[in-house]
Design a protein around this ligand. Structure first.
Ligand code: NCD
Ligand code: ZN
Ligand code: ZN
Length: 427
């Protein structure tokens, strides 16, 4: 048993919360409970456990960069109770067996629910559909499919994937990047600055044109598409239009695209190399506004750990990606809550309820009420944190937030009644 004392339940004021056998059994004023561990939550905000739609855990294949265990630790410290593990591992998660293996490794660690994402195409090669139905019907129950890292570029393949997943309520999460408009070398927002720096440009239209196509394919098939890591104002416009038409589209934004801008590239530090690239301030402002007004449904980290020997290269040669799990809540607090763009109920929506709904996770993203699973994140809204890349559960150090001070931090994470992390460390 666990007794959480005096947490602000967002909208319901300070309450005590009793957890028995992983389920919330009482909410209100609870003086004591015999045999229960007590967690003092005075001054803390209680959110439903955070859900990340987009995490790279690197196992199998790149256990030097991250493992399911180390990434689960980072997730727990970051306030997450469920993460969707992207399929671009080695081997790729494109079979039922591969998906079940990830599920089992996640369960063995037990710090967070690790939910496998299945590849859309075999080997992420974009040609032949992977065994979507078998992955869905497996113990892993895969509902989110993505070739993330690569775009499902062939419109016919995308159409067939959408038709296929519609049968069981699945969704395709698209890494929107036209490979001709933004080729493999493209690594900086295309504009005056990329020209001056001599970096191959990645124009916003390479994203926007794929999203425009995909929402039309979703309309045509009556299926559901999700847009990964939206990075431009015009993509927001497409998503807004599609939603207004009743097209079944959802979209996510990363913490880094809500804050970091392309001018950080002037120092050629590869820590700022990410896909899609950092954009100008006008895009950042549009993304914040779209997250606030619901056009963007979710914040997803795109936690992308990379080993030192893959990241510490000349900018053009370095790997794409940055860490995100441990800092996401602080970034969102700092940029969205402190500026009144979102209140804590809004944070619960974009970091828990909406991602859980998109991924079809019934045990997550639920209101903190009697009868619900006790997955929760306690946040100290006034804590000031200065990010230190060396104090991380991740095996990698490609942390773009190093040295930054933010307000608002995860205090503790509870997964089905069990404390999984507290004050930056795994419990
Ligand atoms: N975001 C990145 O820059 N990198 C991701 C791939 C991806 O999300 O597209 C990775 O796997 O490293
Ligand atoms: Zn991607
Ligand atoms: Zn990714």
């Amino acid at each position: 048993m666990l007794l959480v004392k005096g947490a602000d339940l967002v909208g319901a004021g300070a309450q005590d919360l009793l957890v028995t056998d992983g389920v919330i059994t009482e909410v209100g004023s609870i003086a004591s409970a015999k045999g229960a561990d007590v967690l003092d939550a005075d001054g803390l905000v209680a959110l439903p456990g955070l859900v990340d739609l987009h995490t790279h855990l690197r196992e199998p294949g790149r256990e030097d960069a991250e493992t399911i265990e180390s990434g689960s630790g980072a997730a727990a410290v970051g306030g997450y109770t469920a993460v969707l593990a992207m399929a671009n591992t080695s081997p790729v998660t494109d079979t039922a067996e591969a998906a079940e293996r990830i599920l089992d490794l996640g369960r063995a660690t037990g710090l967070v629910d690790v939910v496998p994402v299945g590849a859309v195409t075999k080997g992420l090669e974009g040609a032949e559909l992977a065994e979507l139905g078998l992955m869905h019907r497996s113990r892993a129950g895969v509902t989110v499919f993505s070739d993330d890292g690569k775009c499902v570029y062939d419109a016919r393949v995308m159409r067939r994937a959408l038709e296929y997943v519609r049968a069981f309520g699945g969704v395709v999460s698209q890494h929107a990047q036209d490979p001709h408009l933004a080729g493999p070398q493209a690594c900086a927002h295309e504009g005056e600055l990329s020209g001056r720096l001599g970096l191959p440009g990645w124009p916003g239209v390479a994203e926007e044109s794929i999203v425009a196509r995909d929402v039309m394919l979703a309309r045509h098939t009556g299926s559901r598409v999700h847009v990964a890591h939206v990075s431009t104002a015009a993509t927001v416009e497409v998503v807004r239009w599609a939603k207004a038409q009743g097209i079944d589209v959802t979209a996510e934004v990363t913490p880094h695209h809500l804050v970091l801008t392309t001018d950080l590239l002037t120092g050629y530090d590869p820590v700022y190399k990410v896909n899609p690239p950092l954009r100008p301030q006008s895009d950042v402002d549009a993304l914040r506004a779209a997250l606030a007004d619901g056009t963007l449904d979710a914040v997803a980290t795109d936690h992308a750990p990379h080993a030192r020997h893959d990241k510490e290269h000349a900018f053009v040669d370095a790997a794409f990606g940055m860490l995100g799990l441990e800092t996401a809540l602080s970034v969102v607090s700092d940029v969205m809550v402190r500026s009144d763009l979102l209140d804590w109920a809004g944070v619960a929506r974009v970091m828990s309820a909406n991602p859980a709904r998109i991924a079809g996770l019934t045990g997550h993203g639920r209101p903190l009420a009697v009868g619900e699973p006790a997955n929760l994140t306690l946040v100290d809204p006034d804590a000031t944190v200065t990010v230190d890349r060396s104090a991380s559960m991740s095996l990698s150090r490609n942390n773009p937030w190093h040295g930054r001070t933010m307000r608002g931090a995860v205090h503790a994470t509870v997964l089905r009644g069990r404390l999984t992390a507290q004050k930056g460390a795994v419990a």
